[in-house]
Design a protein around this ligand. Structure first.
Ligand code: NDP
Length: 316
């Protein structure tokens, strides 16, 4: 990496890392593995628990179940009512833990307010925790023996490896320290021998830290916050953020240099943007994940991968 390819001209567009393509590759490989397991009498199964009728959750679960079908996994969605108690949901989880036909359990978040989500996630058998959120799985990752790893961060590593982007010895800066993205992403990059720095809301002079990155991961939940002042020319940028913009003034500001996107916003009244300023990323990064179509598609692929892995690990 480095600035030489830029010369005097910093407006050369970087390589697009297509999450859709990589997802399709992974799903095709998994389908072969599932077919092979089926020949030996094992058909891995994923059970989703979808509580209530949150429209976004319904779409997420439907997409996950469609991916199961695509690669030949058994899938099932339980739909308990929105007013169930923590105890009711714990009983469902216990039943799934005990069912030998269930390889993966996915409790779709967010849960209704009256349900203690921490207790539920702790109750899931770590061997069936295909979201990788259980402290046992987080601990396994932290101690360098990963089993089932949180899907979005695992997808980041797949994107880098399958795009032949070296990680070992590189400086990686992770923006965000959430339990589901930032922290596990940092641990995975460390496991791949990157030199890792994690930034958060208390970081002082975040741009100067971010500019040290060969590999910059943005997982902040702040639309287009990471701009040219944070991206070293030639860096690889992985934008995890998914933010829906509906404010015309914000859209004008973010997409001023991308008239086609602005036109799409005007047509639909909303548009998705990552945590990185899209035009700055395109101009400065040597390679980057677009939003949408970058990191997002990998999350479901890695869920499928975890389900197959859980089946193989648990059933020997
Ligand atoms: P969280 O809100 O849980 O965490 C955000 C992190 O960013 C926190 O660590 C917070 O710091 C930090 N942060 C927020 N604002 C700033 C700021 N101004 N300066 C510095 N640090 C800041 O978000 P998630 O990790 O769950 O998600 C991040 C983004 O990724 C979201 O846009 C989300 O939609 C997207 N996402 C995408 C997925 C995918 O499939 N592609 C899956 C999951 C998430 P602090 O800890 O100090 O508060």
């Amino acid at each position: 990496m480095g600035g030489s390819r830029w010369g005097e001209n910093k407006t050369v567009a970087g390589r697009i890392l297509s999450g859709n393509q990589i997802r399709d590759q992974i799903l095709a490989e998994l389908a072969e593995q599932v077919a092979d397991l089926a020949r030996r009498g094992v058909v891995p199964g994923l059970t989703a628990v979808l509580v209530g009728d949150d429209p976004a959750s319904q779409i997420y679960v439907r997409n996950k179940m469609a991916a199961c079908e695509k690669i030949g996994l058994r899938s099932r969605t339980l739909r308990p009512p929105a007013d169930l108690s923590t105890e009711d949901l714990l009983a469902i989880v216990e039943e799934l833990n005990a069912d030998p036909e269930v390889d993966g359990i996915l409790v779709q978040l967010p849960l209704p307010r009256q349900v203690d989500a921490d207790r539920i996630l702790l109750a899931i058998d770590p061997a069936k925790d295909v979201d990788g959120f259980h402290p046992m799985n987080v601990g396994a990752l932290a101690t360098g023996k990963p089993r089932l790893v949180s899907c979005t961060p695992a997808g980041l590593i797949e994107i880098l490896k399958r795009s032949d982007i070296p990680i070992a010895g590189k400086r990686a800066v992770v923006l965000g320290r959430s339990n589901i993205v930032g922290k596990p992403a940092a641990l995975l990059l460390l496991a791949e021998n990157a030199t890792v720095t994690v930034c958060h809301s208390r970081t002082q002079d975040l741009p100067s830290v971010a500019r040290e990155a060969d590999i910059l991961v943005a997982a902040l939940g702040r639309p287009a916050m990471i701009g040219a002042d944070c991206i070293r020319p030639g860096a690889v940028v992985l934008d995890v953020g998914i933010n829906r913009i509906t404010d015309p003034a914000e859209a004008e500001r973010i997409f001023a240099r991308q008239p086609e996107k602005l036109a799409r916003f005007r047509e639909k009244g909303s548009i998705l943007v990552g945590d990185v300023h899209p035009a700055d990323m395109e101009e400065l990064a040597s390679a980057y994940t677009p939003v949408p179509g970058g990191v997002g598609p990998l999350t479901i692929a890695m869920l499928m991968s975890n389900t197959v892995r859980a089946a193989v690990l648990r059933r020997g």
